[in-house]
Design a binder for this molecule. Structure first.
Ligand SMILES: *[C@@H]1O[C@H](CO)[C@@H](O)[C@H](O)[C@H]1NC(C)=O
Ligand SMILES: *[C@@H]1O[C@H](CO)[C@@H](O)[C@H](O)[C@H]1NC(C)=O
Ligand SMILES: *[C@@H]1O[C@H](CO)[C@@H](O)[C@H](O)[C@H]1NC(C)=O
Ligand SMILES: [Cu+2]
Length: 214
């Protein structure tokens, strides 16, 4: 009997110590979405955002103002461009309350937030992701704070050696993949400059849109 009581107490103690969870959320892994886009979290849990191609961000917003940064507090990961695989940094945000937290991607190329790239933590019956995403469709553009804040950018994995000074030039091969929404492409870039890459990408996007709209 004593042994059983002790075991139960020990299990309970372990359970409460281990109760803060890390919740992984993929950004852009399945098109313009967060996966999962609706999670339940407890105080002290950590939201860990993993960034997929091509160039996404995560911003905390207010339910009442879709695609705009939260008026008080919040977080912004910065843009995390990556041409293949996963960005080498993940963004970790600590959950401090069980009130709903709405978040979105502020990339305006292809209107990510407006086309539904948003998610929620602890939605309730009056503040739903469905309502947020419907209201987002009426927004003209998304915005984000100037600086990364409200979370930690943490380098994930250790296999890549990126401590060397970035190369001064960028070379990219951009190829169009005729995927469903014209968004998915494959491109390979190296180097730090992004101007020529951006121009190339704009060209491909414009072509993609022209095809989509024709
Ligand atoms: C990523 O997107 C942001 C916002 O549109 C832009 O300022 C930045 O130059 C982009 N980065 C790359 C490498 O394309
Ligand atoms: C949903 O959350 C908001 C923000 O915390 C709160 O004002 C509202 O009362 C909640 N609604 C319900 C039905 O719990
Ligand atoms: C929780 O608090 C920390 C520390 O003040 C802050 O950095 C973080 O952004 C907060 N989390 C949310 C979801 O606002
Ligand atoms: Cu995005």
């Amino acid at each position: 009997m004593r042994a059983t009581t002790f075991t139960n107490a020990a299990v309970l103690a372990l359970a409460s110590q281990a109760s803060a969870e890390t919740i992984k959320i993929d950004v852009g892994a399945n098109g313009l979405t967060f996966t999962p886009d609706s999670v339940t979290a407890k105080v002290h849990d950590i939201l860990e955002f993993h960034f997929h191609p091509i160039n996404h961000s995560v911003v905390m917003g207010d339910f009442a103002n879709p695609c705009q940064p939260a008026k008080t507090g919040g977080f912004f990961s910065g843009f995390q461009p990556v041409s293949s695989g996963e960005a080498d940094q993940v963004f970790q945000v600590t959950v401090n309350s069980t009130d709903p937290i709405f978040f979105y991607c502020s990339q305006n190329t292809f209107s990510h937030c407006i086309s539904g790239m948003s998610g929620v933590v602890n939605a309730n019956s009056s503040q739903t992701l469905d309502a947020y995403q419907k209201a987002a469709k009426s927004e003209k553009s998304a915005s984000n704070p100037q600086e990364v804040f409200g979370g930690r950018l943490v380098t994930s994995g250790s296999s890549t050696t990126t401590s060397a000074a970035p190369a001064a030039t960028t070379s990219c091969t951009v190829s169009s993949k005729s995927g469903g929404n014209g968004y998915k492409r494959s491109d390979t870039c190296s180097g730090a400059g992004s101007v020529s890459a951006s121009i190339g990408i704009v060209g491909v996007f414009t072509l993609g849109m022209a095809i989509l709209l024709s």
